[in-house]
Structures are given as C-alpha cells and as structure tokens.
Design a protein around this ligand. Structure first.
Ligand SMILES: [Zn+2]
Ligand SMILES: [Zn+2]
Length: 388
C-alpha cells in the first residue's frame, strides 16, 4: 500500500503493496489478478478481508450487470471487483481516524452515502441521491462497495468508518458476514416498517434475507411469525430460526387463505416479500390485514400486476427496501451478540478465495442445498487471531 501522509499502520498487521483480486471482464467472466492495495482517505480505514459471503445480488452483477453501476454504466471490463458481504480486520487508519483501532475485527455495511443529500441526512444512505456519482469529476464521497466501487472478492478494501460494525470476539468470521443480511430484515421491520412487539409478520421466500428476517421478527417480539416457501428443508430452518408456522406453497392450493388462517383469519400486520416470484406481490397485499404493510425486499425481474383497488380500499402500505439503512446492522449485531438467534444455520459452505468460481456455482445452482456460501482468503485460519 502506498502510504500517504497521515495514514497509520502497525508492524503487527503489515500491509503488502499488492493483493489478489477477482476482476470482472465480460458477463460471467472473472479473472484472478493482482491489484494495488488501496490506501484509506479521510474517514476511511483499510480492512483486511477475512471472509466474504456470496449474495444472490453478486450473481446478478456478475452475469447481468445491474444493480452495479460503474462510471455511470454496466460494470463489465472496467477492472471492477465485485463482492459486498464481507468482514475482516482493520489494518490501516486514514488521516484523523480514531473511532476504530488497528487489529479490531469488524463487519461492514455496503453503502456509505454522500452524507450531504436529503436522504443521507435522514439516515437513508442506501437511497443516497448521489448513488454512483463517485467517479470521474464528480466526487461526492458516495461508495457502495461491490456496486459502485471495488468490493470484497479480494484481500483488502477501504471502507468509510460509517459502514463499520464492531463485532463480538465470539462471533466467527462466517457468522459476521451475515450481520448485514440480518440488518436488512431489521431495517425492513423497525425503521421503515415501524413494527412493535406483538404484531404479526409473514415472510414470503426462505432465501437468506427471508430466513434472517424471520429470526429478527421473532427476536423483536412479533407474533405469530409465518414463513412461506417451496422447499421443506429451508422451511425447517425457518422453524429453527423462530417461525411459528411454515407453509409450503406447493402443497397449499390457497396460500393467502392459509396465511390468514394462521393468524385468526384476518391477515397479518406485515408481509416481507423476499421471493421475487410472479404473483407474490399481489398475494402479499391480500395476506395483510386492513392498514397492513407490505415490504418488497426481492428484486423481481419482471413487472407484475397488482390489485391496486384492494390496496387503496384497505389502506395498505407498500414500500421497497434497498439494503440496510439507519445503522440497522448495529442492532442486528446486538441480537446476534446476545444469541437471540443462530444465523449460522444458513451458512452451508466455505471455499478458498482462489476457488471463487466454484463457490459461485454452488450458490447459483444451490449445489448440495447451498444457502450461504462463504469465501475466505485463508480458510482454516484461527478466526480470532486478529482479536488478541
Ligand atoms: Zn447482498
Ligand atoms: Zn447522499
């Protein structure tokens, strides 16, 4: 790493000049290359990446491009490194940084908003109005690592201190990569949704976000928590994470009626739609009770028809969610630190960083029932070595 004035390092955590980094060529083309280790600027630290989880959104970015936005366009052939759900160890501090110390283990949020626009000032930095305007002549300080700036499928990355979440020493590297996933469920239900204890929640789609949203809902005191999906093995994990009822939609002719029945016939206060299935949004607006709220957490690939008259007549709220605003990840980490739920139930596989293409295949084709696949630069390294 080139060491500009004011950047602090430590002999205990030497930082090399170059690192391994996966680089996206054309769609689906990843190559392992050498890149210079970036240096942290003001309000930034350098994180040595100890583990990174693969997200369905990474698969979208690598194969199709969006929602990554590099230099205002598709991310292909721009020397871009994807990957965003990572954790690691702070190894260098930018000028003036004293909020974190070298050697500290952290997990990261994806979005550092510009800090200046209306949404950032409201804490909605994942909806920053300057999203992607951080390259070229327009430096607004915005970063979304793995989307608009280089991400985590490499050995080191710079992060704004606002994106760091200190983690418990007892939390494994793998579990720490799941904090941001749980943070999304937290943001959906509390800050955006306004859930209070005792309200009812249905989660549709037992992917990683759906399963950890079940866990967060239960930990927040929701009652009942209902999970719908198509795979019995995933629904069984949902039960372990706190679902009071699970419904396999393949075995149920009328899933809307079944969800209503599971909550006394009137429908639930919240549906968090995590499936992206065709018809799921319309089902969701019929699953909530009058005045209920539907959170859309899945990136559906097609436009869908929705019964708008039903939404209007019944005062139903419909809101999208992008990521994990208002520091929801910190509250999710607090739940995990207290062992209110075991997020590691959704971690299924670990691969070496060099084997990223195989790890991506496991995630994409759900080989061996893969749910969360994690990649580590040093698999098997003592997870707490950095904490001592
Ligand atoms: Zn993700
Ligand atoms: Zn902003």
């Amino acid at each position: 790493m080139a060491q500009p004035a004011g950047v602090k390092t430590s002999a205990d955590f030497p930082v090399p000049g170059a690192m391994k980094a996966w680089v996206l060529g054309g769609p689906g083309e990843l190559t392992l290359k050498q890149k210079p280790v970036p240096a942290p600027k003001r309000a930034e630290v350098l994180v040595r990446i100890d583990a990174v989880a693969i997200c369905a959104t990474d698969l979208d970015v690598i194969d199709n491009g969006p929602p990554a936005l590099i230099q205002g366009g598709l991310p292909f052939n721009k020397n871009f490194t994807p990957g965003h759900e990572y954790m690691g160890t702070v190894v260098a501090l930018g000028p003036g940084v004293d909020e974190y110390k070298i050697g500290q283990r952290v997990t990261v949020e994806i979005h550092a908003g510009c800090g200046q626009c209306k949404r950032c000032r409201q804490g909605m930095y994942t909806s920053c109005l300057n999203y992607g305007l951080n390259y070229g002549d327009v430096d607004k300080g915005h970063r979304a690592n793995g989307f608009t700036t280089d991400g985590g499928f490499c050995e080191y990355q710079v992060n704004n201190i606002n994106t760091l979440v200190a983690i418990s020493d007892e939390m494994s590297d793998e579990e720490a990569t799941l904090v941001v996933t749980a943070g999304t469920g937290m943001y959906a239900l509390t800050e955006l949704g306004g859930l209070v204890a005792g309200e009812s929640v249905c989660v549709t789609g037992p992917g990683p976000i759906g399963l950890l949203t079940v866990a967060v809902a239960k930990a927040l005191g929701a009652q009942p928590v209902i999970l719908t999906g198509t795979r019995d093995n995933r629904l069984a994990i949902g039960r372990k994470l706190g679902a009071d009822a699970v419904i396999n939609i393949r075995k149920t002719p009328d899933v809307v009626a079944e969800v209503k029945k599971a909550n006394g016939g009137k429908g639930v206060d919240y549906v968090v739609e995590c499936s992206a299935a065709a018809g799921a949004v319309n089902d969701a607006v019929h699953m909530v009770n009058r005045g209920g709220k539907v959170c859309l957490a899945a990136f559906a690939h097609e436009e869908v028809a929705v019964d708008v008259a039903h939404i209007a007549r019944n005062n139903i709220y419909l809101y999208g969610i992008r990521g994990e605003g208002r520091s929801a990840t910190h509250r999710a980490e607090a739940f995990m630190r207290q062992k209110r739920f075991d997020a590691t139930l959704i971690h299924t596989h670990t691969f070496a960083l060099d084997d990223l293409p195989e790890a991506l295949r496991y995630a994409k084709e759900r080989v061996d029932d893969a749910i969360k696949v994690v990649v580590k630069a040093k698999p098997g390294a003592a997870q707490k070595a950095a904490a001592e």
